[in-house]
Design a protein around this ligand. Structure first.
Ligand SMILES: C[S@@+](CC[C@H](N)C(=O)[O-])C[C@H]1O[C@@H](n2cnc3c(N)ncnc32)[C@H](O)[C@@H]1O
Length: 195
């Protein structure tokens, strides 16, 4: 099975979107709420329906880039973002081909776990290239065993430490305490800072 544009577009068209919480995840909302610099250049990769984008835009963040490989969620998001949001900042592209930046912050939410696990080293390199030195990659990673079935594909704290440490300082990587009930105990909140 190829997890390509057609696959994801089809999942949206068929409404097979079990990952979609219909809202910003509480740990991410809490992280966003303590950000004070509204001019941060922020990337939301694999943003799906983009609840974080709406949340950030409504909170006054101006320099947002929202990226997804599937057109369906981006079309939906266009209708829900404030009119002031520049359409060119909604980007339909493959994350691995995306060369813009540098960004101050990238927010991760169920994008890493949606990728075939063999792409994980490339994910780390691509994130590293997109961020400025000292820039942050923050969000949630699943904490359940990696199996051949997915998405979602699991992982562990130890695996994430090994993957990211060559390029990032691990500032926070701990069990999220404010996950929604179905995800309690299975999410790690993290902040990684580009070396
Ligand atoms: C599991 S969904 C998560 C969506 C959203 N972050 C959320 O939590 O609701 C994974 C998303 O990543 C997108 N995606 C998958 N592979 C991608 C790629 N290579 N480049 C960009 N987006 C991709 C899919 O279209 C989908 O919207």
């Amino acid at each position: 099975m190829r997890l390509n544009k057609a696959y994801w577009q089809q999942r949206y068209e068929a409404r097979k979107t079990g990952w979609d919480m219909g809202m910003v995840s509480p740990p991410l909302a809490a992280y966003i709420d303590q950000l004070t610099e509204k001019n941060l250049r922020i990337l939301l990769p694999g943003a799906g329906m983009g609840y974080e984008a709406v949340y950030l835009a409504e909170a006054g963040f101006k320099a947002l880039t929202v990226l997804d490989i599937a057109p369906y969620p981006l079309e939906s998001l266009k209708e829900r973002l404030p009119a002031s949001f520049a359409a060119e900042n909604l980007v339909e592209a493959d994350f691995f081909d995306f060369k813009e930046g540098p960004f101050d912050l990238v927010l991760e939410h169920t994008f890493f776990c949606a990728l075939p696990p063999e792409l994980r080293p490339e994910y780390v390199l691509t994130m590293n290239a997109l961020l400025r030195p000292g820039g942050k990659l923050a969000g949630l990673l699943f904490d359940f065993p990696l199996t051949p079935q997915g998405p979602p594909f699991g992982g562990s704290k130890e695996e994430y430490e090994q993957l990211f440490t060559p390029y990032f300082h691990i500032r926070v990587l701990e069990r999220a305490t404010n996950s929604i009930p179905p995800r309690q105990g299975s999410e790690l909140f993290f902040i990684f800072e580009k070396k």
